[in-house]
Design a binder for this molecule. Structure first.
Ligand code: HEM
Length: 500
């Protein structure tokens, strides 16, 4: 064997560098197209990965928007990305151009979660027939849930009562509310999916919540960004093991819950829950090789509904309680409205909402101020398109910066303050606002929006009907600044709940 001399090694290294630079240039050629959105100069190989703070991308994007305008471009390694900011551009991208912008980027780490041609769940599924089939199924199952013995509203109301009982157990002493909120919301999704709830001290549910929170904390980490930007890294076993450990354990737990459930499924009986309804579809689609109804997809869909529906809603509830202890005048006015419209003698119902404009405005303002999903979920263009007169080629990843809409200085009077008046007219009537986009918009708008709105209204009114919340005596006022991972959570805080 010929040993490589220093000179030969040097030439090989130079050739390799030239090769990589050429590949890099090839991936940049989009930037030279006419009217491609402006953006900071990418570095060879890494693109702009080091210029975005992945611990706080909203802030990085805020600064870039002020330098480059509402539509700017970035490059994550070799992946071209366009970030869309502000109400006008985000609405144009998501709604007016919904047919061009509703695809999802291929996420290399999804394959580690069992993604395949016929099992793509909903959230990450490409904009095509399998996504449409699963989305239609999920929306109609949510809407019809009525179809089991109990309606969804009744489930939520019963869970709200359990939540109040658990709060009474704290006997007015300081406690952190977030774990209780997450367990209550988890039970609503669990009743939809498995027609059962878990006790608040159940080991499985405690583990599931820990894993979800861990997955969320790591979702913005540099390792995941790098692996998704350079997909072949998922072939390295060490990287694959490090990339999504909690998500894979969640899938295993969900798999065992589903296996347990399948033993009691009876196709001749009306479906008890979403899992039964899905298994009926698998049964019907046995002969159809193109159907997306199969066991792997059930596992993915269920884990996505837990993941998308649990933390988003429970974190919003924690924000609602935090903002009530920070704004006791607002809390008092909500309680007055509850006393006038519902009283103490019965549970709140969704039908009460239209007669409670102030409470409704407060819940909307909590969502706007809390800004729980600041960057939405990434989209991808499925054909060449134009946003605000700038050209975005097919296959470009689009990040729709929802935070820049919820805090748009040209839309809201006090974008960075908690101000329920944003949703009230001069006569105290509730007003809808176009810039209220916490659930995104267009064909990919959050499919759990009606359920989330129901949970927020029923939990919030039930809690304020029964308790007054306050900052524990002797403790400093908690901060209303969020902590960002993939979602924005309130910084840990305690409160006291005194029965009314
Ligand atoms: C306050 C609570 C919630 C917020 C703020 C929220 C927000 C969002 C956002 C911003 C998106 C991305 C939309 C896009 O791609 O443009 C989304 C998607 C989604 N959400 Fe929610 N969500 C909430 C609750 C829920 C609930 C309760 C469920 C289900 C039980 C759910 C299920 C989903 C699903 C399946 C998607 C993907 C839709 C698709 O790709 O077609 N979400 N949500």
């Amino acid at each position: 064997m010929v040993l490589l001399t220093g000179d030969v090694l040097f030439s090989v290294a130079i050739a390799l560098v030239i090769f990589l630079l050429l590949v890099d240039l090839m991936h940049r050629r989009q930037r030279w197209a006419a009217r491609y959105p402006p953006g900071p100069m990418p570095m060879p190989g890494l693109g702009n990965l080091l210029q975005v703070d992945f611990q706080n991308p909203s802030y990085s994007f805020y600064k870039l928007q002020h330098t480059f305008g509402d539509v700017f471009s970035l490059q994550f390694a070799w992946t071209p990305v366009v970030v869309v900011n502000g109400l006008a551009a985000v609405r144009e991208a998501l709604v007016t151009l919904g047919e061009d912008t509703s695809d999802r980027p291929r996420v290399a780490t999804n394959e580690l979660m069992g993604f395949g041609p016929r099992s793509q769940g909903v959230i990450g599924a490409p904009y095509g027939p399998a996504w449409r089939e699963q989305r239609r199924f999920s929306v109609s199952t949510l809407r019809n849930f009525g179809l089991g013995k109990k309606s969804l509203e009744q489930w939520v109301n019963e869970e709200a009562a359990c939540l109040c009982d658990a709060i009474v157990n704290h006997a007015g002493q300081p406690f952190r509310p977030n774990a209780l909120m997450t367990k209550a919301v988890c039970n609503v999704i669990s009743s939809l999916i498995y027609a059962r709830r878990f006790e608040y001290d159940d080991a499985t549910v405690i583990r599931l919540i820990e894993l979800m929170e861990d997955g969320m904390r790591k979702a913005n980490g540099l390792l995941l960004q790098v692996v998704n930007a350079v997909p072949f890294l998922t072939r390295i076993p060490w990287v694959a093991a490090k990339a999504l450990p909690s998500q894979r354990t969640i899938l295993a737990i969900i798999h065992s819950l589903l296996t347990e459930h399948n033993t009691t499924w009876d196709p001749d009986q009306p479906p008890r829950d979403l899992t039964d309804a899905f298994l009926n579809e698998v049964h019907k689609a046995k002969e159809n090789s193109k159907s997306s109804f199969n066991d792997e997809n059930l596992r993915l869909l269920v884990s996505e509904l837990f993941f998308a529906g649990m933390l988003t809603t429970s974190i919003t509830m924690s924000w609602a309680l935090l903002l009530m202890i920070l704004h006791p005048d607002v809390q008092y006015r909500v309680q007055q409205e509850i006393d006038e419209v519902i009283g103490q003698g019965r549970r709140p119902e969704m039908a009460d909402q239209v007669r409670m404009p102030f409470t409704n405005a407060v819940i909307h303002e909590v969502q706007r101020f809390a800004d729980v999903v600041p960057l939405g979920v990434p989209h991808m263009t499925s054909r060449d398109t134009e946003v605000q007169g700038l050209c975005i080629p097919k296959g470009t990843m689009l990040m729709t910066n929802l935070s820049s809409v919820l805090k748009d200085e040209t839309v809201w009077e006090k974008p960075f303050h908690f101000h329920p008046g944003h949703f009230l007219d001069s006569e105290g009537r509730f007003v809808k606002r176009e810039g209220f986009l916490p659930f995104s918009a267009g064909p990919r708008v959050c499919l759990g929006e009606p359920l989330a709105r129901m949970e927020l209204f029923l939990f919030f009114t039930c809690l304020l009907q029964h308790f007054s919340f306050s900052v524990p005596q002797g403790q400093p006022r908690p901060s209303d600044r969020g902590v960002l991972s993939f979602l924005v959570t309130p910084a840990p805080f305690q409160l006291c709940a005194v029965p009314r």
